[in-house]
Design a binder for this molecule. Structure first.
Ligand code: ATP
Ligand code: MG
Length: 180
């Protein structure tokens, strides 16, 4: 599985339609302070179903909609689409590519689309969970979080490794089986 591209329209500093292509292998995002590097990460977290504005460095979900720029006024909506390569069928859908789109407006309405068709956050989260990608799991390390990882005690570190290895959900099942 790989991310092929991301398309932002009216999301934070991306007032105009902005396409970010990712080549195979390792990608690095470089740019001056305030140029929008972290906004790209926020766009990932947003499109993958984040609920809290705080996790996207905003006070309110509406702050994610662009205030304008590039000679354009404020945007009415913010949308982010992410396109995954699914050649290896990492996603449990028999399609070569998976597109996930999330769009919000200033009235507080929001929609999700899966490969162009209306979907729900729950359905998308389920699909991502089965494929091992969720924004709150350990495959995204946010700015500042490295200190937390360094300062962990050995138990917390083991829990993290179990989480990454996908064992954590089996531990939960074991505990609930023992309770029965
Ligand atoms: P640094 O190197 O300092 O971490 P960065 O490249 O990560 O910088 P970001 O935090 O991604 O920068 O971008 C910050 C910019 O995004 C600011 O200039 C801010 O004005 C702009 N921005 C944030 N929200 C919006 C919005 N709703 N509308 C327009 N611009 C926005
Ligand atoms: Mg930054």
């Amino acid at each position: 599985m790989a991310i092929k591209k991301m398309i932002c329209i009216g999301f934070k500093s991306f007032r105009k339609r902005t396409v970010i292509n990712f080549d195979e292998g390792f990608s690095a995002i470089v740019g001056a302070n305030g140029s929008g590097k972290s906004n790209i990460i926020d766009a990932f977290v947003f499109v993958l179903g984040a609920l809290s504005a705080k996790s996207l460095r905003a006070n309110n979900i509406k702050d994610l909609i662009s205030n304008g720029g590039h000679g354009m006024g404020p945007s009415d909506t913010a949308s982010v689409e992410i396109l995954f390569d699914n050649a290896d069928r990492s996603f449990s859908l028999d399609l070569p590519e998976i597109s996930i789109l999330r769009k919000i407006d200033r009235k507080g309405n929001g929609i999700y689309k899966l490969n162009g068709k209306r979907s729900t956050r729950k359905a998308i989260i389920n699909l991502l969970d089965l494929s091992g990608i969720l924004p709150n799991s350990s495959n995204m390390i946010m700015q500042g979080e490295l200190f937390r990882l360094i300062n962990m005690n050995s138990n917390e570190r083991r829990e993290l490794i179990e989480d990454i290895a996908g064992i954590a959900s089996y531990n939960d099942k074991k505990i609930s089986a023992e309770d029965e």
